[in-house]
Design a protein around this ligand. Structure first.
Ligand SMILES: [Zn+2]
Length: 376
């Protein structure tokens, strides 16, 4: 008879038993940041561990050698936060456990705080997952790119923006092909080139040169992904617009995270034609003929993208380009710990808190898009 696997539940109750009081949270952080939990001066040259004295009214230490004052949270995401650590650890629980992430509105309701505060908290938690390590993926590695366009269906603001944009474009370029067909009552999938003479094509070329090309409403965000079979994933934003999915953008990412003795599996896209030079082998599957041909497929990475899109559609709706990479860090983390139990997921996340990851509100809201530029 098949024995049922016993699932160890790890709910908010169990989490509170570990991090329910301020003292327990501080104890955990101290052990994470300092050797044996002994307060250590954060000054890079000093690093003094001995005889640092505690100022209990302000919960800070004073270095006995360089006389600088320091706190437990200095340099971490908690620095100069007015919220109690117990609230932060509760937020970490929600952030880590929910399969599709948690929106700032929901977190605000759960913790009874302002939405703006919850939004900033979530961004700081995402920031801890931003580590510039080379993953050294090996074996069979799937690579692919995807395009994430704004969801018009549910967003009223986006719809009205699109109508405005379309009206502007119509003034310059006239009706779009889609609208023309719709007005004439032709079936929508007619061959666009049917009945187009050489003269018409010439005329269009002249018009294009004069007016420029018709602009699409909003360009999709291009995301590139690498997946090691039965291993970790890495996701990266390339930029906005179809043109960003270029060899020049993609190859450095693959070279940085995949070891040279690996087998690269991709689709039939011409981008990957010359990838064979850098790796042991290159296999590709022609998606116009089938999704699995002779055992070759990239369904693993397609699956990652599907879940990413579900996360955006179901939880976040619209993500700005300059914040997108952090959401990808969140998704990658969640994917990499997918098969672990809830307790293991939390234990996997918590060590990230010890890293130096101060994020100021001003820096966050004035952020601009930078492609990830890790030192090669
Ligand atoms: Zn010191």
């Amino acid at each position: 008879m098949k024995t049922q696997r016993k699932i160890e539940h790890y709910g908010l109750k169990s989490h509170e038993a570990r991090f329910g009081t301020e003292e327990k949270c501080r104890q955990y952080l101290a052990e994470l940041r300092w050797e044996n939990g002994v307060p250590t001066c954060p000054d890079k040259e000093c690093k003094n561990m001995y005889m640092n004295y505690y100022i209990s009214s302000r919960k800070i230490w004073c270095c006995s050698r360089c006389k600088k004052q320091f706190s437990l949270t200095k340099g971490t995401i908690f620095e100069s936060s007015n919220l109690p650590l117990t609230l932060w650890f509760k937020a970490i629980y929600y952030f880590t456990i929910h399969k599709r992430g948690i929106s700032s509105c929901q977190l605000a309701r759960d913790l009874e705080i302002e939405q703006r505060t919850a939004w900033f908290m979530l961004h700081r938690l995402r920031e801890t997952l931003n580590n510039n390590e080379n993953l050294n993926l090996e074996g069979e590695v799937e690579v692919d790119e995807t395009f994430i366009a704004p969801i018009l269906g549910k967003d009223v603001r986006l719809q009205s923006k699109k109508q405005k944009h379309d009206a502007e474009q119509e003034k310059i370029h006239g009706l779009s092909d889609y609208k023309k067909r719709k007005l004439r009552g032709y079936p929508l999938k007619t061959n666009r080139q049917k009945g187009v003479t050489k003269e018409v094509i010439e005329q269009r070329k002249i018009e294009k040169a004069l007016l420029g090309e018709r602009k699409n409403f909003e360009q999709p965000i291009v995301v590139f992904g690498i997946l090691q079979r039965n291993g970790k994933i890495h996701l990266e934003v390339l930029g906005k617009g179809d043109g960003e999915a270029r060899k020049e953008n993609i190859f450095p990412i693959i070279k940085r995270h995949v070891t040279s003795k690996s087998i690269i599996v991709s689709d039939q896209s011409s981008i990957y034609k010359t990838i064979k030079k850098f790796f042991e082998e290159h296999q590709f599957v022609n998606h116009s003929k089938g999704y699995v041909i002779k055992g070759i497929h990239i369904n693993g990475i397609e699956n990652v993208f599907k879940h990413l899109k579900k996360m955006i559609k179901g939880t976040f709706f619209h993500i700005k380009l300059h914040h997108f990479q952090n959401y990808l860090f969140e998704h990658s983390f969640r994917w990499n710990v997918l098969k672990k139990s809830d307790r293991e997921k939390i234990d996997e996340f918590l060590p990230n808190l010890g890293r130096q990851h101060r994020l100021k509100y001003g820096d966050l809201i004035s952020r601009t898009f930078n492609p990830l530029n890790f030192a090669a």
